[in-house]
Design a protein around this ligand. Structure first.
Ligand code: IMP
Length: 433
């Protein structure tokens, strides 16, 4: 039995989906533990392109168990649409299990998300507008609607009535908006959830049994460490825990069982939404990265902000997650640069620091100090194995390993699954590693 976690080491969009897809064949089950349809990843395989928001990409493999665990917030309409699309393409091949304890995102959560962003004006978070914050807020207020409630219409109606009473006071009183009708919300939610009913189960004992049977489990995080509600750049964060510990909370797996943690980081940095970003390049360098990396959000289509790799932040993410290795993605995006910069420390209040308190306001006062590394200026999309990478790229990777203290075990050189170089370990050996 082994439990491996894949987590984002930056502000999301690191390419976790591709790494999960690549490693899924070595695991018995892939488990998503937090977040909702704010996530988005594209998987390119066998000449086809798949866009996922909620489903783990393991669903493309025959018989692979894919679990949406208790820590996830599920938008029934989005999940149903994603399932239907894959069924129509003939690619819904795995076995989906949806936790009865997961919370659902309702239409009024999405409405509240957008109204609150408008109210905040210049201070808005820049959310994806998918109702994630309001859904998690209701979970902690204990007026959330859980997936299991979808199976019991009288309970669902009663819970909606109480939740909506309080939401309507806010909608009309704070935002001057129209109230929502509980009956109408009930109709929308039950209709969009109809096709999900066969997948709903209590996932905690299922996961426990899998562990007792010695199965290999892969935990798939969404978003990234710097968007964690407690350990990210608050308040410009999401409302869940994308870190390894969130994998325990969101699934019921003991922290002692997670033996391997893969921190996924781009070879540079991106961020969507507002908040500090010390190495951001608001210039032609950032634009080159955006165009070469197609840095536009899968979920919202927004332009991603781009900048150099920040090792102060990466080292922080490695510590918070207990990462055992790095998967370095989108390395090919740096092909064009003659010189590559890496931030290794900051100037803060007149002094040089290598660690920072993770607070958006503090980060805003940090000026990056860079070290320069010669670029490889070569197309690496056809490199077949790690031994074939240009010398300067091998040095870039060694530099990251030296400074972070953990190995880079996977290097992604292009969007296709086949464009992944494995260093140190073979994919089929990974669970036992
Ligand atoms: P929310 O998760 O929609 O509430 O958005 C909160 C913040 O997290 C915003 O800055 C979003 O842009 C960011 N965010 C949420 N999900 C993702 C993601 O999957 N990738 C990158 N950023 C994300």
């Amino acid at each position: 039995m082994s439990v491996t976690a894949i987590v984002g080491a930056q502000w999301g969009d690191e390419g976790k989906g591709k790494i999960t897809h690549l490693l899924s064949p070595s695991f018995d089950a892939v488990i998503r533990f937090q977040g909702g349809s704010n996530a988005g990843h594209t998987v390119k395989t066998g000449g086809q392109t798949f866009k996922f928001h909620l489903l783990p990409s393991g669903i493309l493999y025959d018989g692979k168990v894919c679990i949406l665990a208790a820590g996830v917030v599920v938008d029934p309409a989005t999940l149903s649409a994603e399932i239907n699309t894959l069924i129509e393409m003939g690619c819904f091949r795995g076995k989906l299990i949806l936790s009865a304890d997961a919370h659902i995102v309702t239409p009024y959560h999405k409405l509240l998300d957008s109204l609150e962003e408008k109210r905040m004006g210049d201070c808005a978070i820049g959310t994806t507008g998918h109702g994630i914050g309001p859904a998690y807020a209701d979970k902690y207020l204990r007026i959330g609607i859980r997936v299991g409630d979808l199976l019991d219409p009288p309970v669902l109606k009663r819970k909606l009535k109480y939740a909506i009473e309080s939401k309507n006071a806010v909608l009309t009183g704070l935002y001057g908006a129209e109230p929502v009708d509980p009956e109408e919300q009930y109709e929308i939610i039950s209709k969009s959830s109809e096709s999900l009913v066969p997948y709903i189960e209590n996932t905690t004992p299922i996961i426990r049994d899998y562990m007792a049977e010695g199965k290999n489990l892969l935990l798939e995080g969404a978003q990234g460490t710097l968007l964690d509600i407690d350990y990210g750049t608050y308040p410009y964060v999401t409302s869940s825990h994308p870190v390894t510990a969130g994998g325990c909370l969101g699934t019921g797996i003991s922290p002692l069982k997670i033996k391997r943690v893969i921190a996924v980081s781009k070879a540079y940095t991106t961020r969507v939404g507002n908040g500090s970003f010390p190495t951001e390049q608001l210039n032609s360098i950032g634009e080159t990265m955006r165009e070469a990396g197609k840095e536009y959000g899968t979920t919202t289509g927004r332009k991603r902000r781009c900048g150099w790799l920040d090792l102060v932040l990466l080292k922080y993410a490695i510590l918070i997650n207990g990462a055992t290795e790095i998967a370095l993605t989108k390395v090919d995006v740096l092909n064009e640069f003659e010189t590559i910069k890496v931030c290794t420390s900051y100037m803060y209040k007149g002094g040089r620091i290598e660690e920072v308190d993770m607070d958006d306001a503090i980060l805003a006062q940090c000026t990056p100090i860079y070290e320069e590394i010669p670029g490889w200026s070569t197309d690496i999309s056809e490199v077949a194995d790690f031994g074939g990478v240009p010398r300067n790229l091998a040095e870039y990777i060694s530099f990251i390993e030296d400074r972070t203290g953990i190995p880079v075990s996977l290097v992604s050189t292009g969007p296709d699954k086949s464009q992944t170089l494995v260093k140190d370990v073979q994919p089929e050996k990974l669970p036992a590693f």
